[in-house]
Ligand binder design. Structure first.
Ligand code: ATR
Length: 270
């Protein structure tokens, strides 16, 4: 590091568990990019943004609980981030702080590693913040989007916003989706024996993706596998959203294959 080193970081609360510093510092090293990436445990996001401006920090990853509240402190926000209502990436372009969202890119690319999305019947489970990014990505790929959620009103509202159809428990029985995505935290450690839906939903489907990556193979994915589906863990999603951030910050190409292996290994040895 020297006086030319560009500084980046993840802001969240908590951030101790984050794998982003490991991932981005490794990418900087492999690309011979003079950057350093840190973890900032932040409670006051407005104050944090003032700090970014005065210190000239080059970019941020943004995580829970600041993805929505950061928006009003930024100078520009991309169309995707506005539609999703969340920023996960900040780019400091000569003092102009630009907010963007790459979470949806992570979802789309990790599915596309396995199958086409266009024109498929896609069922998204959940209607929270994470679901919004997934829905944006799926609509952007011109698939047919269906949303189900424990709380009907929330699911219906989201479906309306994304020109999708809300399906309740009864309607799910006849839906026959091809791609099924869990965006809820159901099944996350320590509740590893839980799945958001009855496993009969997987009959005849092609692929299941879980945004939960702790554990890597959730009950939801185990059930999907038992019905012969391709399964996609949250690891690819995490790495692809990082790749898109890295490209926006550095313009350099990101070592995607190496990173998938490294992050996978980090998660299984955790
Ligand atoms: P995030 O921003 O991470 O998506 P969130 O906004 O709290 O988190 O949304 C969580 C989503 O998971 C919601 O769709 C929630 O359903 P409700 O709208 O009914 O609250 C869903 N969810 C969380 N826990 C759940 C559970 N035990 N069973 C079913 N759905 C659950």
């Amino acid at each position: 590091m020297d006086t030319d080193t560009l500084v980046y970081g993840v802001v969240g609360n908590p951030v101790k568990h984050s794998l982003s510093p490991y991932m981005h510092n490794l990418a900087f090293k492999l690309c011979s990019f003079n950057g350093a990436y840190l973890a900032f445990d932040v409670s006051n996001i407005g104050g944090c943004i003032e700090g970014v401006r005065s210190l000239g920090i080059s970019g941020l990853s943004v995580t829970i609980p600041h993805k929505e509240s950061i928006i009003k402190f930024l100078d520009e926000v991309s169309e995707s981030a506005l539609k999703i209502g969340a920023v996960n990436t900040v780019i400091n372009e000569n003092g102009v702080l630009k907010g963007d969202n790459t979470d949806w890119v992570g979802v789309v690319n990790s599915i596309k590693d396995n199958t086409e999305i266009k024109d498929k019947k896609v069922l998204v489970i959940g209607a929270g913040g994470a679901s919004r990014g997934v829905c944006y990505g799926i609509i952007n790929e011109r698939a047919n989007l269906f949303i189900t959620n424990r709380t009907r009103e929330k699911g219906e509202l989201l479906a309306k916003e994304f020109n999708a159809k809300f399906v309740d428990e009864k309607e799910l029985l006849n839906l026959k989706p091809e791609i099924i995505i869990n965006t809820t935290s159901v099944g996350m450690y320590p509740n590893i024996d839980k799945s958001p839906l009855n496993k009969r939903i997987f009959k005849g489907a092609e692929l299941a993706l879980d945004i939960v990556y702790n554990p890597i193979e959730t009950k939801f994915l185990k059930d999907a596998k038992s019905f012969g589906l391709k399964t996609v863990s949250g690891v690819g999603m995490f790495v692809y959203q990082g790749q898109a951030q890295f490209n926006k910050w550095t313009g350099k190409s990101f070592p995607i294959q190496i990173m998938k292996e490294k992050i996978f290994n980090k998660l299984i040895t955790k």
